[in-house]
Design a protein around this ligand. Structure first.
Ligand code: 26V
Length: 836
């Protein structure tokens, strides 16, 4: 398997030839002079020059994978939250020094150029970022892999805050081109929609001819992803929709100039935007079209590649592993069946065997409102042949269940692919489960709950199919790049092995009591906080004291993630400071950042509340030096890279049982932030490794939440027991925090006093106590830093490399290639922390 990787050839680059290459790109590819080039032009020129250093390797990796007959992973994901790529490529190729040296005489810095790169935000949050980390990990581990997704013209919306309210604007990451991608217009697959399907013989299980009413082309754009030390690479292949005919010439010539291009605009709208609003039927249909568009393109593409080497599709499960990232690509189950049966003459039973053995599915949520289903009528309209196939899959599946579990109608209804209540709908999670050989949860708790809830009955029908693979993060991006000073400090302390083997971080644990190391960790953190404070001073005009405790809550705004709980505690803290301003308060900065779904008005109201609180606190001379609330607009990967290294406290306070895993929790702990959190998602497993005594865990457990829900307790009883919370809610409801619109927050208060679905009232007092425990520990800086070091030292297991190794073993059946051992490192001179 070693043949799959190409030797690391990174050390041999001399800065002057790199400089010449960059200037050549600037001049001949961009037509700019080095005197007048903008930072963005320098970025593009550098990216193009760097790209040249890995294209050969990329082509070689693909060829070797092809020739060696190794099994390929295809990771199908509607989201890839890539962020910026310049530093990834440069660092993973080991070119950082060479690039810095090359640029210095040109008067440009890597940092300035890096800032000029737009963030590729082709995702909503954790699920998309996980896909990006996984592609980088597969490249680093030498697993041959393609990520398949959509090349959206517009990624996640740009969030602008005006008067405390979120507004959404289109994001335009491609406006100035994208130097990382290779357009491959000759790789284009036809994707059909609508029309009708007719059987070609008497057998309903046999081949059909589907005549779609319309066809769109999926055109490939490839982005090579460089693995750690440049040892291997993967490909992100994104599909863009193109109408087969650029315009209806006849209509155009008859004077209907707009009508002649409307058809094209409609077809090409498929790859226009990430997550089109789905409140309307048209929006839902577009989303279904997106899902089929990229799933079909991916399958056609991988089948074409397979058949270039192998005679037929019977060997597909041995040579190909398809991973469905959530249910978004679940239609791939029916599409693979269709391609096998209708296009490649495979018999139904063989097609089903191939499909199930090739496909695996990752579930990322238990929330009922997030479990996808499509109305049967819409499927019949958009994908008539697939609906037939789904009916047939279901009929055979239910027949099997009826035989094995006779007279259990409840079970049959529960495991059916079709939900029969009110409107008939296709349950995509059921389709993905039935059509795959493995279904995995993304943390131990989430996997357990999957078996107990959404997949309880399916687990009985197919025992052993569900496995757990806890998420992980790219240490390259989230430690080596985002926090260079900390990475160098760790290297000085325990040597460089952790850069190749994350578990080596454990060597830090015995050093946690070392006062010198504690001081050095504190100094790094202080420096990162100062850098964040400088940025926020520049961009938002707020002045932050880097000596204060930076308490960070960064993630999508959602009721289950409970930013509101944090804000209620903020108000209570304000009240307490006002009541006793002379007490020894720990100065705190509460930092929030995150986007609300455009149609999620309660989440938008929570953003507005953060701003209302921020304003009132800042205006209060008694409190403002002790408490600050900052909301950083337009949260994205690059903002995360600034905030995470500067965090002291990490808020992971979802209602237990609702956060499938979380990955921000891992990033923050790896950067030395202590977690205040519930026993939810992967935080539970973090606690097992870090030790609860080095965290601030609080609140109801998932089991207690379930029990409480069953008792219909509601918020009022808890509020009665907590005068502190009672006062906060009364003030909020009376308009004390929104004098311009006293009724603004009444709905939020009412829901806590009522059902309190997210258990804010139930958890408030223990959250308050956990926050005060954090204050107490902060006052003992040595103890705080000891805990921070213990956090860092325990995070090795949360590397995405470990997650990917588990997928390879438990799901894909791929042996990990033996990668070339890194060349012995020359001894490094000790780098003083300030110069790192
Ligand atoms: C989607 C929706 C859509 C509509 C209404 C409410 C709602 C709530 C949640 C979701 C999440 C969909 C799937 C998802 O993004 N899951 C996230 O996946 C991450 C990677 O596994 C994981 O760390 C997060 O805990 C999980 O929420």
């Amino acid at each position: 398997m070693d043949t799959l990787t190409t030797p690391a050839t990174t050390a041999s680059i001399d800065p002057s030839s790199l400089r010449a290459a960059i200037v050549r790109k600037l001049t001949y590819d961009l037509g700019r002079s080095s005197q007048s080039a903008s930072d963005h032009a320098w970025f593009v020129a550098t990216a193009l020059a760097i790209r040249e250093r890995f294209v050969d390797r990329w082509i070689a990796t693909n060829r070797l994978a092809y020739e060696s007959g190794a099994k390929q992973v295809y990771y199908l994901s509607l989201e890839f939250m890539i962020g910026r790529l310049l530093r990834d490529s440069i660092d993973n190729l080991g070119l950082t020094e060479a690039v810095n040296d090359a640029l210095a005489p040109l008067g440009v810095t890597l940092e300035r150029m890096r800032q000029a790169e737009p963030d590729a935000a082709l995702g909503n949050g954790g699920l998309g970022r996980l896909a990006a980390c996984f592609l980088e990990s597969m490249a680093s581990l030498g697993i041959p892999a393609f990520g398949y997704g959509i090349r959206y013209d517009h990624g996640l919306f740009r969030q602008v805050i005006a008067d405390g309210w979120q507004h959404e604007y289109p994001e335009d990451w491609l406006a100035c081109g994208n130097p990382w991608e290779f357009a491959k217009p000759e790789i284009a697959h036809e994707i059909g929609f609508g029309g009708a399907a007719v059987p070609l013989g008497a057998d309903p299980l046999g081949p059909h001819r589907w005549q779609p009413a319309e066809t769109v082309l999926a055109v490939a754009y490839d982005t090579p992803i460089v693995g750690w030390r440049g040892r291997s690479m993967t490909t992100l292949r994104l599909w863009s929709a193109r109408a087969p005919d650029p315009l209806l010439l006849e209509a155009f010539n008859k004077g209907d100039h707009v009508g002649a291009i409307a058809h094209r605009a409609r077809l090409e709208s498929i790859s226009k935007v990430l997550y089109p609003g789905d409140e309307t039927t048209a929006g839902q249909e577009l989303r279904l079209r997106q899902q089929y568009f990229f799933a079909s393109a991916a399958l056609q593409d991988l089948i074409r590649r397979h058949l270039r080497v192998y005679q037929d599709l019977s060997s597909l499960p041995d040579k190909v592993a398809i991973q469905l990232n959530d249910t978004h690509p679940a239609i791939a189950v029916a599409e693979l069946m269709r391609l096998c049966i209708d296009q490649h003459g495979v018999a139904w039973d063989d097609a089903w065997d191939i499909t199930r053995r090739t496909i695996a599915y990752t579930n990322h949520t238990l929330l009922p409102e997030a479990l996808e289903s499509w109305p049967v009528w819409m499927m019949e309209k958009v994908l008539p042949r697939h609906m037939q196939i789904i009916y047939l899959i279901n009929a055979r599946h239910l027949e099997d269940v009826r035989t094995r579990f006779p007279k259990d109608d409840r079970l049959v209804a529960s495991v059916s692919l079709i939900h029969e209540n009110m409107e008939r709908r296709v349950r995509m999670a059921h389709l993905a489960f039935i059509g795959s050989h493995r279904t995995n949860g993304v943390s131990a708790l989430h996997t357990e709950l999957l078996k107990r809830t959404v997949f309880h009955d399916l687990d009985r029908v197919a025992p052993g199919r569900i496995v757990g693979i806890t998420n992980g993060i790219s240490f390259r991006r989230w430690l080596f790049q985002a926090n260079r000073p900390l990475a160098s400090l760790i290297e000085q302390t325990i040597g460089p092995r952790f850069r190749d083997d994350a578990e080596a971080l454990a060597a830090l644990r015995p050093r946690a009591d070392d006062a010198g190391l504690q001081a050095a960790v504190a100094a790094v953190k202080r420096r990162n906080k100062q850098a964040l404070a400088d940025m926020l001073k520049r961009d938002l005009g707020v002045r932050l004291d880097p000596g204060a405790l930076f308490d960070v809550h960064i993630k999508r705004i959602h009721e289950y993630k409970r930013q509101l709980l944090n804000l209620l505690e903020t108000i209570a803290l304000y009240d307490a400071i006002k009541a006793d301003p002379g007490a020894a308060w720990v100065p705190r900065v509460k930092i929030f950042s995150g986007k609300a779904a455009a149609s999620y008005w309660r989440a938008k109201l929570i953003i507005r509340l953060a701003h209302d609180i921020g304003r009132k606190v800042a205006e209060d001379p008694v409190v403002r030096d002790l408490l600050k609330v900052v909301f950083i607009p337009n949260y994205n990967v690059s903002i995360a890279e600034m905030v995470i290294p500067a965090a002291d406290l990490s808020e992971q306070i979802s209602t237990a049982g609702m956060e499938a895993s979380g990955t921000g929790n891992m990033k923050l702990a790896l950067n030395g932030a202590l977690t205040i959190g519930t026993r939810d998602g992967a935080t539970v497993e973090m606690a097992e490794r870090i030790g609860e005594e080095n965290m601030f865990l609080f609140g109801l457990s998932a089991e207690e939440v379930t029990a409480r829900r069953a008792q219909w307790v509601g918020g009022a009883a808890e509020i009665a027991k907590s005068p502190r919370l009672g006062a906060v809610l009364e003030a909020l409801a009376a308009g004390a925090w929104s004098p311009d619109d006293p009724a603004r927050y009444r709905v939020l208060v009412d829901s806590i006093r009522g059902e309190d679905r997210f258990m804010l009232a139930a958890d408030f007092e223990s959250y308050w106590a956990a926050q005060r425990a954090a204050d107490a520990l902060w006052r003992d800086q040595a103890a705080w830093q000891r805990a921070a070091i213990r956090n860092i030292s325990a995070m090795g297991w949360f590397s995405a490399d470990r997650s990917i190794a588990e997928y390879a073993a438990k799901v894909w059946d791929i042996p990990l290639p033996r990668l070339p051992v890194p060349a012995a490192e020359p001894p490094r001179p000790a780098v003083p922390v300030d110069a790192a």
